[in-house]
Design a protein around this ligand. Structure first.
Ligand SMILES: Cc1cc2nc3c(=O)[nH]c(=O)nc-3n(C[C@H](O)[C@H](O)[C@H](O)COP(=O)(O)OP(=O)(O)OC[C@H]3O[C@@H](n4cnc5c(N)ncnc54)[C@H](O)[C@@H]3O)c2cc1C
Ligand SMILES: C[S@@+](CC[C@H](N)C(=O)[O-])C[C@H]1O[C@@H](n2cnc3c(N)ncnc32)[C@H](O)[C@@H]1O
Length: 579
């Protein structure tokens, strides 16, 4: 399997943990050790992490970054959010980072958290957005976006090297070095150190001599202090210097109100920025205005940058739609027909992935789902059919966002950065190399009564309230914006071949244009030549990459832990194509 360096493995199934309650402690089935020291878990977290890292003082800053090794049941992270909510000002923000190699099923961690006295509202918020168990970094958000958790599922030793950030505080919460040596090696402690800001503080229940010695060699000022509960000692450490002052949110201008512009606007607005979105035509008038779009992962044979991005973007968008209350229809049936067979086969070649992500369906089940006799295929349970205009409207519905039906002033200035998210029109306006427009025509059909999820066969059928959307054509070098009969005919023939006997009555159509790049990855980041930022070339995946990369862009501009591995800064770089 091809593996691009810097991309976490999202295709190898994760092993789960099933903690058991033994002798008054939650015991791990992988490490033969307790998740907490015994006694009152919340008091232990307060002493060992919160007071050691002087969180109350830290939370006086308007942005704090707190990182942890060993998410476990999430109690230390939820307690940190609870403390932040109690002591921080209402405009302060908190970025959390944590890693977990053996995730626990939500039903099990709910029981652990409730038993240990976690805040029930935070427990529900965690469960509501708990990610599907695939490897990589998942972005969760709490307290209306004031708190972000960047949660890495997989081995911390593989994940940390993929992410650059500077934490103000670290909780080292692995099991004991004797039972969980991989989380305490000099290499891991070096990774922690490299990801620590000046003045950073570190707390751990562990007082092992080797750990303290290594931390000292890495430049930490280390203290062995009296332990909590039955532990004789624990460790506190800090780095010299003052905690960095991170810049405050300002104003930002965004050109274009499609998935890319609205997604970026939402991300900045939630971070406290004052956002103006400029669009001469109004929201969702370009490709994002299609009556239905499909949000779903693409699982390629290897671990490449595009499939990792598309998987995590789709999972992010699904969580965001739920949080924003955007209605969507779950599930997509993929049929192994024509050219599409290869993609279905590639997706199904990864054994053991969670069924909530993808599973094989045999001929009978596929036929039931399709409403006619078809061959076997794949069921993408995590896919969502959504109305583009509804998703865009929900993204823009935030008190910090103003919409302006005009062109923005060019270029942006240092005080008010400008982000260019103008979809396909950028190809002519900016003359960027490596980009091309692709025409796409959708057909609107009369409702198909039993069709209550997406069906994909190269094209797709997407259910809508009072219609079905069939699409989409993929017409290179065709700049005709009208809705054409020849395109409609070709789409209908393809659909009838894939779903024989299913009645399809066309009532209309819509044409719009994708913007795609030569390497099929979007363009994101600063455009030094033009003095503004870009989120462009979302190809055929903009309903998920638009909102997701909006969050990534905001993280990068603020220099905070990012929603995607650091390698994407370069992989998505504007100006990477030479003409
Ligand atoms: C037929 C078809 C079907 C598709 N199906 C899917 C799907 O199922 N799932 C999926 O994920 N993706 C799908 N895509 C791709 C997806 O629609 C796009 O990737 C996405 O809409 C791109 O979003 P955007 O915000 O970059 O651009 P757009 O949605 O095109 O928005 C650009 C906006 O910029 C505005 N604008 C232009 N110039 C200026 C200017 N100078 N100043 C201010 N504003 C300006 C425009 O008015 C427009 O509102 C499909 C695309 C097509 C064409
Ligand atoms: C003591 S528990 C953490 C408890 C957690 N902080 C809480 O509040 O519930 C240690 C955790 O580290 C995880 N872990 C062990 N080795 C790991 C590794 N190499 N990478 C990531 N996580 C690891 C374990 O699976 C376990 O969940």
């Amino acid at each position: 399997m091809m593996h691009e360096p810097g991309i976490p493995d999202h295709l190898t199934p994760l092993k789960m943990a099933c903690p058991q309650r033994l002798d008054g402690r939650w015991q791990s089935d992988h490490h033969d050790d307790g998740y907490r020291g015994g006694g009152n878990a919340r008091q232990e977290i307060e002493a060992v992490f919160h007071r050691a890292c002087r969180l109350d003082e830290l939370f006086e800053n308007h942005i704090s970054v707190v990182a942890e090794l060993g998410f476990g049941a999430g109690l230390s992270i939820l307690e940190t959010i609870r403390r932040f909510r109690q002591v921080a000002s209402p405009t302060a923000r908190l970025c959390l980072v944590s890693c977990e190699k053996f995730p626990i099923h939500p039903n099990a961690f709910k029981e652990m958290l409730m038993h240990d006295g976690a805040d029930p509202n935070l427990v529900s918020a965690l469960i509501d957005q708990w990610p599907i168990h695939v490897g990589g970094w998942h972005r969760l958000s709490f307290l209306e976006g004031r708190v972000h958790l960047t949660l890495g599922l997989g081995d911390a030793t593989d994940l940390l090297p993929t992410m650059n950030f500077k934490a103000d505080a670290w909780f080292l919460d692995g099991f004991s070095p004797a039972k969980n040596p991989d989380l305490w090696t000099p290499e891991v402690l070096k990774m922690v150190t490299d990801r620590s800001a000046t003045g950073a503080r570190l707390g751990t229940w562990c007082s092992a001599g080797d750990v303290r010695r290594t931390l000292t060699e890495l430049g930490w000022l280390v203290e062995r202090v009296p332990g909590h509960g039955t532990k004789r000692h624990r460790t506190e450490a800090h780095r010299s210097g003052a905690t960095p002052r991170r810049s405050s949110p300002g104003t930002i201008h965004i050109a274009g109100a499609g998935f890319a512009g609205a997604g970026a606007a939402r991300a900045f607005a939630e971070r406290g920025w004052s956002v103006t979105v400029f669009d001469t035509k109004g929201p969702a008038m370009g490709a994002s205005g299609n009556p239905r779009s499909l949000v779903q992962p693409r699982l390629a044979k290897g671990l490449d940058a595009a499939s990792h991005l598309h998987l995590h973007a789709a999972l992010f968008a699904a969580r965001q739609m739920d949080q924003l209350g955007v209605s969507s229809i779950p599930g997509a049936l993929h049929l192994g027909v024509g050219h599409h067979a290869e993609k279905v086969e590639a997706a199904l070649s990864h054994k053991g992935l969670p069924a909530t992500l993808i599973r094989a369906v045999d001929e009978d089940e596929a036929s039931k789902l399709a409403g006619c006799r078809v061959g076997p295929g794949a069921w993408f349970a995590s896919a969502r059919t959504v109305s583009g205009p509804e998703y865009v409207a929900a993204l823009l519905d935030h008190g910090n966002i103003t919409i302006c039906l005009e062109e923005p002033t060019m270029p942006g200035c240092e005080d008010t950065p400008l982000v260019w998210c103008t979809g396909s029109s950028a190809v002519n306006a900016l003359e960027l190399s490596g980009l091309h427009q692709i025409r796409g025509q959708l057909e609107i059909l009369k409702p198909i009564p039993w069709l209550n999820h997406a069906v994909c066969f190269g094209h797709y059928l997407l259910p809508a309230e009072d219609s079905v959307v069939l699409g989409a054509s993929y017409d290179h070098g065709d700049f005709d914006s009208s809705v054409r009969n020849d395109t409609a005919q070709a789409s209908l023939e393809l659909a009838q071949r894939a779903l024989p006997g299913v009645p399809m009555h066309r009532t209309g159509g819509r044409t719009s244009f994708r913007l795609a790049s030569r390497d099929r990855l979007p363009l994101l980041g600063p455009d030094p030549q033009r003095g503004f930022w870009c989120s462009l070339a979302h190809g055929s995946r903009g309903a998920s990459t638009g909102p997701f990369l909006g969050a990534f862009l905001a993280d990068c501009m603020e220099g905070l832990p990012a929603a995607l591995p650091s390698i994407y800064v370069d992989r998505l770089r504007v100006g990477r194509f030479k003409s």
